[in-house]
Design a protein around this ligand. Structure first.
Ligand code: ADP
Ligand code: MG
Length: 323
């Protein structure tokens, strides 16, 4: 089973940023109000995450680290009803199979917590742990058990860049959560719970971009589109400043990127990218997110209609500004 987990891990856990993304999603799913992350050496030496979410009961710690045992997905019909971020039940098992993991947790209604270690897939016994309610997970020496994969890691600065990208997406999509990110003991981002979406965009992308933004808002049947787009005069656009979220989860979609860009038609100089942070909200029957192991891609039932919603909303927003 360890080998199978290590192979499966390759699908989901490619680099330190994949670990951070999976751990952050779990903490969000656990209803955390505050999540703190500490990294060492671009996450290759150590990734630690602390949350104040619902916690895991002592007897369930081994299940949390076992493949598929705890998947929130109960049957195939649930595929269309997925609202939480995790649903495959293999992220922690994958991480445990390629690193040294310490899992410590305490539920809000238990007197004491418990901890469990997992080294390259081997579990320790469950010990008691004296911590406050919530979950702490420490991941050390990522890929020590799979040297070939370790060789593919880039310089720490590059790995850190991927981590901050994952962190940014989660922080933009969960504006009620306080998040911090430290690297080698230095605070990189501190995002307070009260920070609005626009405040968060300012924290991550700077005031030069934030001051050029204005809000988008459109409801069309069951679909809602909100967020911010930049004044076409803003010359800081690039393809990376086009963010799309579906029901508070970041996703990649070339067609919608095109719709955004087309919404600006005629207003941008040639070869220039517009800027958008767009949040779609729609019922789960309208799409399928289970097409990609890292869930970055979405299949929409009617992608053509959605294209028109996005392009139309952008055109209308710009027209309302007399642009
Ligand atoms: P999935 O999120 O797909 O269910 P994971 O392997 O990511 O699978 O996590 C396994 C299980 O461990 C989760 O379903 C959840 O029950 C539990 N878990 C993981 N992280 C946390 C956390 N931070 N707080 C509470 N429970 C957690
Ligand atoms: Mg998960």
């Amino acid at each position: 089973p360890t080998v199978i987990n290590q192979i499966a891990a390759g699908e989901v856990i490619e680099r330190p940023a994949s670990v951070v993304k999976e751990l952050l999603e779990n903490s969000i799913d656990a209803g955390s109000n505050r999540i703190d992350i500490e990294l060492e050496q671009g996450g290759t030496e150590r990734i630690a995450i602390f949350d104040d979410g619902c916690g895991i009961a002592a007897e369930e710690l081994p299940l949390a680290l076992s493949s598929h045992a705890t998947s929130k997905l109960r049957n195939a019909d649930d595929l269309f009803a997925i609202r939480s971020m995790g649903f495959r039940g293999e992220a922690l098992a994958s991480i445990g199979s390629v690193a040294r993991v310490t899992l410590q947790s305490r539920t809000h209604d238990s007197e004491t917590g418990a901890e469990l270690q997992c080294n390259g897939g081997d579990f320790s016994e469950i010990r008691s742990w004296n911590g406050s309610p919530g979950t702490r997970i420490e991941v050390k020496h990522l890929f020590y058990a799979t040297p070939v994969r370790k060789k593919f890691l880039k310089q720490n600065a590059t790995e850190l860049g991927h981590i901050t990208e994952s962190f940014t997406k989660i922080a933009l999509a969960n504006t009620d959560v306080h998040l911090t990110l430290k690297h080698n003991n230095r605070m990189i981002y501190e995002v307070p719970a009260g920070a609005s979406l626009l405040d968060r965009i300012r924290i991550f992308f700077g005031d030069e971009i934030a001051k050029h933004l204005f809000p988008v808002h459109r409801e069309q049947g069951p679909v809602s589109l909100t967020g911010f787009i930049a004044d076409p005069a803003c010359d800081r656009g690039n393809s990376k400043l086009q963010y799309f979220f579906l029901n508070q989860r970041w996703f990649r979609d070339r067609s919608l990127g095109h719709a955004l860009q087309e919404g600006y038609r005629g207003l941008l100089m040639t070869n220039r990218y517009c800027i958008g942070f767009l949040f779609l909200q729609m019922p789960p029957e309208m799409f399928d997110i289970n097409v990609h192991p890292t869930k970055a891609e979405v299949r929409f039932i009617d992608s053509q209609a959605l294209y028109h919603v996005v392009r139309g909303a952008i055109r209308q927003t710009l027209a309302d500004k007399n642009l």
